[in-house]
Design a protein around this ligand. Structure first.
Ligand SMILES: NC(=O)c1ccc[n+]([C@@H]2O[C@H](COP(=O)([O-])OP(=O)(O)OC[C@H]3O[C@@H](n4cnc5c(N)ncnc54)[C@H](O)[C@@H]3O)[C@@H](O)[C@H]2O)c1
Length: 315
């Protein structure tokens, strides 16, 4: 795509969306960001706002009229907005459906009407069944354990349907994304920011279960690169789903030790009962990302954790 093209980023004030805005602007795209600020932070947009090519709209992208205004003149949409917490979706399923699935359908509708060329969905590894063999391949069984996962699966189906209706698209199934700007504030905070904050504050960290559950942690700069590769690929992507991950797994115990080491602190750890709905293992097969996008993760866990610790010390 030509660098002067206008790209719409929803969830722009969120963790991943704000990094996408920065990267697109740095590459010369014009960016129209939208966020309802339900979980976004204005501070995440400080660097984007310094660019002439950036505009921001505080808006709810589950509203079709809002989506139509946002998509006017756009050549591509990166749809990151969602109610991004699994436990919150269990507490409020209708809200999760509105912010995650209705927003996808309405952004697709508006993007197609506007003649956009490509739609990138922030999909999720939460769509996989716990029974699916590891490493998880894209064509394996999907089975939602939460309204969040159900809304993401439904969103993927809409992206595929619209690809058959003239709007090319792709579903990028992010695994456990981490990096600077990932908030530790929410009571649903993800494991890396939550552990880092606790350890820096000199507190004890809580591990659910024996801590031997494993995850595929992928740094936000790798996720951004995957999005740019998908955005700029010449050939249509046809609505396919692609794992965005490293292909390596790390146990929660090992992760806690690495974070404590990076913080220069002793690790104080306590165990609690396993949480309902928590997977034991989650590891991606990343061969499709390589063959379709030429994508391979580049940031190792130690360097990635160091970037989080540095950011939290300054925040
Ligand atoms: N972080 C991860 O590990 C991860 C993993 C898999 C998938 N994802 C997906 O990636 C996307 C970005 O995740 P994130 O970690 O940056 O989450 P985030 O919560 O930081 O960002 C999501 C943003 O969407 C905004 N939003 C929510 N509903 C909205 C609405 N109706 N209209 C406009 N804006 C709205 C929120 O205010 C927030 O700023 C989400 O779709 C999430 O489900 C994230």
């Amino acid at each position: 795509m030509a660098k002067v093209d206008l790209v719409v980023v929803t969830g722009a004030a969120g963790f991943i969306g704000s990094h996408l805005c920065d990267a697109l602007l740095a590459k010369g795209y014009r960016v129209r960001g939208a966020d309802d600020m339900s979980a976004g932070e204005h501070s995440n947009l400080e660097s984007a706002r310094a660019h002439d090519g950036f505009e921001f709209h505080q808006a709810d992208v589950s509203d079709l009229d809002v989506c139509r205004k946002l998509c006017a003149g756009a050549t591509a949409v990166l749809h990151e907005a969602a109610q991004s917490s699994v436990p919150a979706s269990v507490e409020a399923p209708e809200r999760a459906h509105k912010d995650t699935c209705t927003s996808t359908l309405h952004m697709l509708t508006a993007a197609r009407e506007a003649g956009a060329r490509r739609f990138l969905l922030a999909a999720s590894a939460a769509c996989y069944s716990e029974q699916a063999p590891q490493p998880l391949v894209e064509k394996t069984l999907l089975w939602p354990l939460s309204p969040y996962a159900a809304a993401k699966i439904a969103s993927e189906q809409y992206v595929k349907a619209f690809a058959g209706m003239g709007l090319d698209g792709v579903c990028l199934r992010y695994f456990n994304v981490y990096g600077p700007r990932h908030s530790a504030k929410s009571s649903y905070a993800n494991v890396i920011p939550a552990f880092t904050r606790r350890i820096l504050d000199g507190g004890e960290i809580t591990v659910y279960g024996d801590g031997e559950q494993t995850r595929d942690f992928v740094h936000v700069s790798d996720v951004v690169r995957a999005n740019l590769l998908a955005l700029e690929r010449e050939k249509p992507l046809g609505g396919i789903s692609i794992n965005i991950a490293t292909g390596h797994s790390t146990s929660i115990n090992a992760l806690a030790h690495s974070i404590a080491k990076a913080c220069g602190r002793e690790l104080e750890l306590k165990h609690q009962d396993v949480r309902a709905g928590d997977f034991k293992h989650s590891l991606a097969d990343v061969s499709l990302a390589k063959s379709e996008l030429g994508f391979e993760a580049q940031v190792g866990l130690d360097a990635g954790i160091a970037s989080v610790v540095e950011w939290m010390k300054q925040a």
